[in-house]
Design a protein around this ligand. Structure first.
Ligand code: ATP
Length: 226
């Protein structure tokens, strides 16, 4: 079942950013922080924002946290509080518990406690930025395995007005364009007769090697021949 109601514990930059994005997507968000200023800042922006110590079981029970679908522990710096809060959410029966970790050890501890998803925002952002720095057209990527990935690439001007048949990345490089995203909407599973326009976002799936060759060869040189 998809989560509908979230509790975000810790309204620092990470927690606040996450909570506001969930609100923007139309979900209900209870924000909890023991810092009064942070709570005040979010009062009008979240469904509820409450000043409380998230490690206090009585308070968390009275807030009805157990009835929410997903709890996000966005406390990083204080490992003890992060771990105590995660344990409490699990014990209260929150269906899905996600926690931010600031070190490998912290992450391992959270996993051992049964946290459903551990995230490393700083590390993951560092990895993401590294990829974007060496791949100029890269918008985003998902690592499917050590060998395969899905990437979103901006269509460069050298491909403007060309059909997929002309570019033909599957035959030339071994990777496939599975969707095109442009102002007019998304084309899922485009055919050989669809055209690319500079600034479109193309979603490409394939091995790391095939996508890297496609990116380096076809997208940077203006040449589409392998
Ligand atoms: P960020 O890196 O997201 O900006 P930060 O550096 O401000 O966070 P963290 O220690 O990661 O600080 O804490 C995030 C938030 O969690 C802070 O706003 C802090 O007040 C809150 N927080 C920490 N411990 C608790 C607790 N036991 N109960 C409620 N809120 C807490």
């Amino acid at each position: 079942m998809k989560a509908q109601q979230f509790v975000v514990i810790g309204l620092g930059r990470f927690g606040a950013g996450l909570a506001l994005e969930l609100m923007a997507m139309g979900y209900e968000v209870l924000g909890i922080d023991h810092n009064e200023e942070r709570v005040e800042e979010m009062t009008d922006k979240l469904t509820h924002a409450v000043m409380a110590d998230a490690t206090d079981e009585g308070v968390m029970r009275s807030l009805g946290v157990r009835n929410l679908d997903c709890g996000i522990v966005a406390i990083g710096d204080n490992m003890e509080r992060s771990i105590l809060t995660a344990i409490l959410l699990k014990e209260l029966g929150v269906k899905m518990v996600v926690a931010k970790a600031i070190s490998i050890l912290h992450g391992r501890a959270l996993e051992k406690l049964g946290v459903d998803r551990v995230i490393f925002p700083e590390r993951d952002m560092g990895v993401r930025v590294a990829h974007q720095l060496v791949t100029p057209h890269l918008v985003d990527y998902i690592e499917l395995s050590k060998e395969y990935k899905i990437v979103e690439l901006t269509v460069p001007s050298c491909m403007d007005g060309k059909s997929l048949a002309e570019i033909n990345p599957r035959a030339k490089y071994g990777c496939s364009i599975i969707a095109l995203n442009r102002a007019g909407g998304v084309i899922v599973a485009p055919t050989a007769h669809d055209y690319l326009y500079a600034g479109d976002i193309m979603v490409v799936i394939g091995s790391n090697e095939s996508i890297d060759r496609f990116e380096e060869d076809a997208m940077n040189s203006g040449e589409t021949e392998a």
